[in-house]
Design a protein around this ligand. Sequence first.
Ligand SMILES: [Zn+2]
Ligand SMILES: [Zn+2]
Length: 264
Amino acid sequence: MEAKFTSLYSGSDKNCLVLAYGRTNLLIDCGGSMKAIRERLTSLDMGLEDISALLITHDHIDHINALKTLVKNTDMKIYSSYGTHKAIYKSGIDMNPHRRIIAEANTVFDIGDIGVEPFATPHDAAEPFGYNFYCGEKTASVATDLGHIPQNFEHTVKGRDFLFLESNHDITLLNQTNRPYSLKKRILGEKGHLCNQISADFASGLALKGLKRLMLGHLSGDANNPPLAYRTAAETLERRGIKVREDILLGVAMRGTLSETVCF
Ligand SMILES: [Zn+2]
Ligand SMILES: [Zn+2]
């Protein structure tokens, strides 16, 4: 049985990902609108009623914009850290307690056919998580919104069949934007976002240890573009002797459109 991963869209403005395995379909984050999520799920022959649960990485708007509408119009269960649930509640989204499931970092639990293991990420949100997924023998990780690569982080996500990794910005392009200095400092900070080169360096280390499928995501609109993120990763991989397409499949999630579905 194959696991299938698709980004409905991903970027610094909105994020929503789907992982399907067996009878279980997980939505990871719900940025954008419910209408957009529904439309893109339709392209995958899926409806909101087919979603087994929603996992939230953190409480920033690009990851939870559709939450209020989803809470109102569906009965899906919503998993996140305690800190994220608390921040969501404080922002005025009040959900029935039976739908709100608090996940613990480094603790595996099952949602239908998929094992889920949250892990802490360094980011300026309440209590942000990335997720490891166990689909039978196959494994995947979603690691986005990372200010830096923490020590031992390789251990957290190594040996996966598929990795979705943030590749937010190119440092030169970011510095050329007319964003305020404080915002640039936040993005470049220890709890901000991962730049293309650090993402590429980290991914190539994982590829040397067997990573076979990589999708870059959460690209900035004005401080990055898909060909640049792809090229940075591809050149870094090739420099380390890893052949793109032969040794590793490399893709980039688009900000506005569905990605290819990665099967593993
Ligand atoms: Zn984000
Ligand atoms: Zn964020």
